[in-house]
Design a protein around this ligand. Sequence first.
Ligand code: ZN
Length: 198
Amino acid sequence: MLYTSEALEILIDKLSQLPSIGRKTAQRLALFIMKLPKEEVKSLAEALIAVKEKVKNCSICSNFTDEDPCLICSSPKRDPNTICVVEEPNDVIAIEKTNEYNGLYHVLGGSLSPLDGIGPEDLKIRELLQRINESTKEIILALNPNVEGEATTIYLSKLIKPLGVKVTRIARGIPVGGDLEFIDEATLSRAIEGRVQI
Ligand code: ZN
């Protein structure tokens, strides 16, 4: 144990398990939390518990939501006949920020990755196919520009095209190997606008 407080050590341990938080950052965060007024620490702890208790997956698009269906699926202002397929909820946020898209979404929950043992049955693919009907105009595949995203794009287009629905993918030109959520809004906006049929 590095600290003379077991409680502090446990907090640092827990924080360092978060993605992109190394031990040093965890120590800094823990010391910052220590210095906060008790009320603020309490509301931080409550916020952590609330996301587990209140947030669920939308039964239509699988995005995170407090209400089911989510605000996007239940909005009368959205075009219900266009569905943009993404990997994770963060991608929905990235695309929403561009203000370029007015259809619905479908969150797969990841991408095909045989090396990690992630196959079609681990993603919300069956649920996507069930959403496609005769009024569906377009399925936009907006998966991450990496090997797994590419494999998933090809797999989905082969499944969906025989249903007689237009399938497009967002334009290349977004950096290969990157994550949609880290692409700037202008680039992502151009990628959606310049989407191509496959
Ligand atoms: Zn939804």
